[in-house]
Design a protein. Sequence first.
Length: 234
Amino acid sequence: MKRAAIYARVSTHNDQNPEMQLHEVRDYCRRRGWKVLGEYVDEGISGSKEHRPALDSLLSECRRRLVDAVVVYRYDRFARSLRQLVNALDEFRALGIDFVSLHEGVDTSTPNGRLVFGIFASIAEFERELIRDRVRSGLALARSRGRRLGRPRIVVDASKVVSLRAQGRSWAAISAEMGIGRGTAQRAWLACPKTSAVQPLQLPDLQGLQSPQSNRPKTDELGLRPDCVDHSPS
């Protein structure tokens, strides 16, 4: 007997009731002779969200291979975008799990259902190619207008990085103090020109040296050297 899991979703708590979806899906499983292992219902959650509590639980059970088939009332109850639907169906196919949507009459266990899945996959790939072309065209237009692409550059005081590094600061401490990443600090340090330390000028010791005038003989007031004056009586 095939083990089936039922999934249902409503966007609001007020005017929508998942019981209508569950009733028809239960009848379908009963007619097929499938055993319903669990019912997973997301209430008040938008379908645009890929991660939903009940859906995540269902996918977890599928990855543990506890389910043979997933049955939903409509496609849009399970996935809002075609990309999300194709990714889920592709994972189900890899796990050997069938997918059934009552409203569209699609059953991937049948040749017709697999054909529909192939069409969906082709449409999703076509949409991806269109998105890539639009992105490339937008980038080319921006470059032609001289716009700089990518993240804005961070202005870094490279001299401060060099000064902090010379003080023995670690890269982690420098990046934390300046509010930049470690790689940014290292690039700024490498780009900054390094100047060799100036050696202090070695001056000779002038102590004990006498000036040239100090070596001259002393003279009197008249400019005569005492040793040259004749002190003998006339």
